[in-house]
Structures are given as C-alpha cells and as structure tokens.
Design a protein around this ligand. Sequence first.
Ligand code: RP5
Length: 172
Amino acid sequence: MTTVSPRVGVVGGSRSDFPVLQAAVDVLGELGVPAELRVVSAHRTPDHLFRYAETAAERGIRVIVAGAGGAAHLPGMLAAKTTLPVIGVPIPTQNLGGLDSLLSIVQMPRGIPVATVAIGNGLNAGLLAAAILAVSDDELANRLAAWREHQTSAVLDDAASAADLTRGPVSG
Ligand code: RP5
C-alpha cells in the first residue's frame, strides 16, 4: 500500500476546532492536495508543537494551516519555529465570538509573519494554502482556476434564480 505524503499540515489547538478546519481539508481534497488534520496545542502540548514545526518540512509539508481559539498562540508559535508559510484560522469562541482569536493571531511581531483569514473561515485557509502551492504547480493552478470558475457560475445561477423569483409567476 502506498501512502501519499501530505503537502499541507492542518492543525488545531483542540479537536473542538476540527469542524472549522475540516473545511480547509475538504477543499484541499477537492483540489487534489493531500492534507493531514492533527491536534497540536501551544499550551497543552508545547513540546509536540516544537517537534511538529521542526519536522514538518522534512515530511513534505509545504504550508501549515493552524486554527486556534481564545489565547490563540498556535499559529504564531509554529511560525516562530519554521520558515514554512503559516496560515492562521481564528476559531469562533463562546464568550468573545472569536475576536480574541483573531487579535491573538493577527498581531504578530515584525519578523514572524502569519497570514490570517476571517474568523471561522477554514475554507479560505485551504484555498490560500492551495494558491501558495499553485505558484510552483501548474496543474494545481489549473484546478484552482476551475474551482473559481465553478464558484462564479454558481453565484450567477443563484442571482438568475433570485431575479426569476422577484419577477413572479409568468402569466399568459
Ligand atoms: C484553544 O482553546 C483551542 O484552539 C480551542 O479553540 C480552545 C478551546 O479548547 P477546548 O477547551 O475545546 O479543548 O487552545
């Protein structure tokens, strides 16, 4: 049996982050990009975080998507330990709606960048990871362009249906 090495490492601070992060894994799957989904916690498993970051590139990982909620240090700490691009996903939180996660992730100090998507937007994290890989992968770039075209058609179809509804039933 041959196993395909993941090119994108999708990690969350807790399994409770997985519903948001699954959207990244799913769209990467649609685009034919192998991805893994793991728990890596900055606070509960800090040594594991260091190991993950230090070994990611040699395992074939090219981009890391990291979701965390609240005191969301996971994306920043991963970025501090690897030069692979890191995309942070602010996870929605119960008391502060994920604004806490967003501000924790987006306010990185100079020298250690983390790309940050909108609160709860795992889909965009997956698409951005694919776009980064597509820079050096023409076939993936074509699949990404097709994905975008399909999205555009779906939006136009919806708009056409909505226009039909506002016109009401055809008489005569
Ligand atoms: C963060 O704490 C995780 O990223 C998660 O979003 C949040 C809550 O974790 P659980 O209490 O659900 O495990 O580290």
